[in-house]
Design a protein around this ligand. Sequence first.
Ligand code: CAA
Length: 258
Amino acid sequence: MNYENIIVEKQGKVALIMLNRPKALNALSPDLTRELGSALDELEVDESVAVLLLTGNEKAFAAGADIKAMRDWNYMDVYKQDFITATWERITRFRKPTIAAVAGYALGGGCELAMMCDIILAADTARFGQPEITIGTIPGAGGTQRLTRLVGKPKAMEMVLSGRTMHAEEAERSGLVSRVVPAADLMSEAMALANRIAELSLPVVMMAKDSVNRAYETTLAEGIHFERRLFHSTFATEDQKEGMAAFIDKRKPEFKNR
Ligand code: CAA
């Protein structure tokens, strides 16, 4: 499919989606959002894809929802379309692993979209924030919820109430991103991480993802129970047999996704 606001490429088992509205710092317009949703639908069922890598450009991952598109919307406009932020959530239902590679601005909806991914890898140029309050609104795609769970209430409050942004180093220290790398190495590091995951057993990786995500939705006891049942399920896979046999034979495993 041809897209105007995103670029989709496949590199081996890794699907790369690049947000591509550079003149608007990749602001998440309704068209971009629709295209992202379609691409995710396609990649979800594409059996050649094991991992999704989402990125922007050197200057911006995304500077938020498109303010120019939103400016004149009234309550009914946003309510009736569940203001497309509901559509952004599509990525949280993507069952294969997702990595956000963030350089430059990840603000407002951009920060929220990155937080919807499983892993955020940041360039040392990355800047995260929820500046919605400075334009007379509040985060609407999980900014007050996911940020608070990731960095804790005091820092989330400061960012959401004042619009203060944080640099990559502070974001790593606060638990928002998994790692900071030099900007020049961002894509090679992100691709190396994606390839490393893509070589593993996809169904088992999906179970691991499901289990970590459950930690955000349930009590510890229920989460542990869920994890144990999935752990047991891995013993029904051929890949568990292969992984353990390969370890004992001191060879590289050949996972078949079965
Ligand atoms: N929406 C629409 N256009 C945007 C945009 C956005 N979120 N962010 C930047 N742009 C546009 C600018 O209007 C500008 O376009 P023109 O050249 O046509 O004027 C272009 O991108 C370049 O931007 P700047 O000239 O502002 O670039 P800068 O380097 O001086 O500043 C910035 C960069 C600090 C990121 C600044 O652009 C900015 O503050 N952007 C808005 C950030 C923001 O408030 N995001 C939250 C949006 S609301 C939201 O996301 C709601 C939600 O939770 C769902």
